[in-house]
Design a protein around this ligand. Structure first.
Ligand SMILES: C[S@@+](CC[C@H](N)C(=O)[O-])C[C@H]1O[C@@H](n2cnc3c(N)ncnc32)[C@H](O)[C@@H]1O
Length: 279
């Protein structure tokens, strides 16, 4: 007997085998940034990521699982959470799942959520020990997801996306966050607004820059700290570079001209937050 057959009634899963089902087609369309922007929705895949969503107080609008899933207690709890959230619940065939799950590392369960965006924090809300991370024109969703995950790991207060960045709610980015997309506050802003807001910032604004003369390990970071990272391509613009109180560099021994953005961000975050982190 399938899970659906055992649980009839309100909030019960509905069997779907047709690729033409409107919800199935809609979930597939959420792969397009344009549709995510218009609907403010996104897809997260995999039971462990969905557990993070639930534990952080999120509620899905739709939950989909493969009819062949071996339902563990965690899967059952997730279906119950979706039912309590009044989500549409679909128990789908393999062919339907293949159409909507990601091609790399497909998962048996996925859900649709409303995106959450926050405003730039008011200066009075920022405390001495806070670390905010600002990313200028980040392009690669895998880098962005990894950075959100690392920001979560060091207890950063949030991530500010400055200018035309890639979408943190793209599937690749969501997957790379490993669930931190549900716990790290995200802000999006254009450069002019960011620069206006930054003028009220009381602590250090640290820019990581390849032309910097200071070693990132020898700086005493004065909180609250705003860490500013440049894009994968051109790095920090002159305007943003000028807005920093200090510029730091991560030394490199080889003949490379730079580190990968996510790696450089992780090193800088750990350097700044290291003293606060305990095993
Ligand atoms: C791939 S790098 C961009 C390289 C770009 N060609 C440039 O000139 O900045 C992306 C971002 O990571 C940071 N970054 C990478 N390697 C770094 C290093 N060794 N020291 C300081 N920041 C670094 C900077 O914020 C940089 O803008």
């Amino acid at each position: 007997m399938t899970w659906r057959a055992e649980h009839r009634g309100a909030g019960a899963p509905r069997a779907v085998t047709s690729l033409q089902n409107p919800t199935v087609k809609f979930i597939r369309s959420l792969e397009m940034r344009k549709v995510r922007r218009e609907t403010d929705l996104f897809v997260a895949e995999g039971a462990s990521i969905l557990v993070m969503a639930r534990d952080n107080g999120w509620h899905p609008s739709t939950l989909v699982f493969h009819s062949g899933t071996r339902m563990t207690p965690v899967h059952r709890q997730l279906v119950e959470w979706a039912a309590n959230s009044e989500a549409e619940i679909l128990e789908v065939s393999e062919a339907v799942l293949a159409k909507i799950a990601s091609k790399e590392n497909p998962q048996n369960m996925l859900a649709v959520f409303a995106q959450r965006w926050q405003e730039l924090p008011h200066p009075s809300e920022v405390s001495e020990n806070d670390l905010w991370l600002a990313l200028a024109e980040v392009r690669d969703p895998g880098n962005l997801g990894t950075i959100i995950r690392t920001a979560d790991a060091v207890g950063a207060s949030g991530v500010i996306l400055v200018g035309s960045c890639c979408d943190p709610y793209a599937r690749e980015a969501v997957r790379a966050t490993m669930g931190s997309i549900f716990s790290v506050p995200l802000v999006r802003t254009d450069c002019a607004r960011f620069l206006g807001w930054r003028r009220e910032w009381r602590g250090d604004v640290i820019g990581t820059h390849l032309g910097a003369k200071e070693d990132f390990r020898s700086v005493r970071y004065r909180g609250p700290t705003l860490l500013l990272m440049g894009s994968e391509g051109p790095g920090l613009s002159e305007e943003l570079t000028r807005s920093c109180t200090r510029l730091v560099k991560i030394p490199m021994a080889g003949g490379l001209d730079s580190l990968n953005l996510a790696i450089a961000t992780a090193l800088a975050l750990y350097q700044i937050r290291g003293p606060y982190l305990k095993l």
